[in-house]
Design a protein. Structure first.
Length: 289
C-alpha cells in the first residue's frame, strides 16, 4: 500500500519538537526509527498528516553507563546496544535480550524510544523495562517527568505518553555483579514477534537461597507483566528444577492470557510456563556472560 500524503518537519531541539507537537496536535506523529510507524501508516492502521523527524535533535542517541545504572537515549538503535562493549558487564540481560529483537535489518534502524512509544505487548524492550523496574523519562510542554515502566504500558499499543510528549530516555537500575539471569522466548521464526517470552533474574543470600526474584512475561497478555505469584514462591527457596517448575505453575495460573490467530490462551499459558522454567534453569547456571 502507498503512504498517505505527508509533510515532514525536522526540529533541531527537543523544545522545538514539543512545540511542533503542541501546534499540530493529533495531526502529527514523531518519527524515530520508523520500523513500526511506517508500516502502520502504509496499511492505514495509523494516520497523520505531519511527521516530526527527530533525527537532528542531539544527545538522544547516547548510552550512559554509571554507578547509578544504564541510561539509553530514545534515539539509541538496537545495533548501538549490541555493539556497546560496556553493556555485557553493566547490564548483561539487556545485551542478551536485544539480540532477539526482530531481524538484523530492523535492528539497524529501530530505536529505544520507538519501541517504548509503540507499546507492542510482544516486544522485548518494554518487557525488559517492566521486569527490571526501569524508569522512562518523557518531556512535554509542562516539563519533564519520569514514569515507572510498570505504569507506562496501558493496553496493546497504548501508553501513558501524552500526545504532546516526547520520550527522552530509559533508565535501568544498577546491575549487581553476582546476579543470576535468564531470557527465553518462542516465535515461529527467529526474529518474528514472540508468541511468549520470559525474563528472569534473582540474587542469592548467604545461604545460597533466592532473594529479590523478578520474572517478566511478554507476548501473552495485553501488556508486558510481572509474574508476582511466581516471584513470591521463589523467595527464600533454593535454586533447583522442582522449585522452578512449581514457581512457573504458580506464576501463570491466574494471569489473563490472550488468544489470537497464532495461538489460543491455553497453549500460550502452557508455553509461558515452559519458558519460565527454562529461563530459571538458565539463570541458575549463569551470572555474567
Amino acid at each position: 500500500m502507498k503512504f498517505p500524503p505527508l509533510s515532514c518537519l525536522t526540529p533541531r531541539s527537543l523544545d522545538e519538537a514539543i512545540a511542533l507537537l503542541e501546534l499540530h496536535g493529533g495531526d502529527a506523529k514523531l518519527l524515530s526509527g520508523g520500523q513500526s510507524l511506517m508500516p502502520m501508516l502504509a496499511f492505514r492502521l495509523a494516520s497523520c498528516s505531519i511527521l516530526i523527524d527527530l533525527k537532528l535533535i542531539p544527545d538522544l542517541d547516547r548510552i550512559t553507563v554509571t554507578n547509578r545504572g544504564v541510561e539509553l537515549g530514545s534515539k539509541v538503535r538496537w545495533r548501538d546496544i549490541e555493539h556497546d562493549a560496556r553493556l555485557p558487564d553493566a547490564h548483561p540481560l539487556l545485551s542478551i535480550a536485544v539480540k532477539h529483537v526482530a531481524h538484523y535489518a530492523i535492528r539497524n534502524r529501530g530505536t529505544v524510544g520507538g519501541s517504548l512509544a509503540h507499546g507492542d505487548p510482544a516486544s522485548e524492550l518494554p518487557a525488559l523495562a517492566v521486569a527490571c523496574g526501569a524508569m522512562i523519562a518523557v518531556a512535554g510542554p509542562n516539563g519533564r517527568r519520569s514514569v515507572p515502566a510498570e505504569e507506562f504500558f496501558l493496553s496493546p499499543l497504548v501508553t501513558a505518553l501524552e500526545p504532546d510528549e516526547v520520550i527522552v530516555s530509559l533508565h535501568f537500575p544498577p546491575w549487581p555483579t553476582e546476579r543470576s539471569f535468564g531470557f527465553q522466548e518462542f516465535s515461529r521464526r527467529r526474529g518474528d514477534f514472540a508468541m511468549a517470552g520470559a525474563i528472569v533474574f534473582f540474587d542469592k543470600d548467604e545461604g545460597r537461597n533466592i532473594r529479590s526474584p523478578r520474572i517478566g512475561a511478554f507476548g501473552v497478555a495485553d501488556t508486558p507483566l510481572r509474574l508476582e505469584e511466581a516471584e513470591k514462591f521463589l523467595l527464600g527457596n533454593s535454586a533447583n528444577s522442582q522449585i522452578f517448575e512449581e514457581a512457573a505453575a504458580h506464576g501463570v495460573r491466574n494471569i489473563d492470557v490472550r488468544s489470537d490467530v497464532h495461538a489460543d490462551s491455553d497453549y500460550r499459558r502452557s508455553l509461558l510456563a515452559t519458558l519460565v522454567t527454562r529461563a530459571l534453569a538458565e539463570a541458575a547456571k549463569r551470572t555474567r556472560p
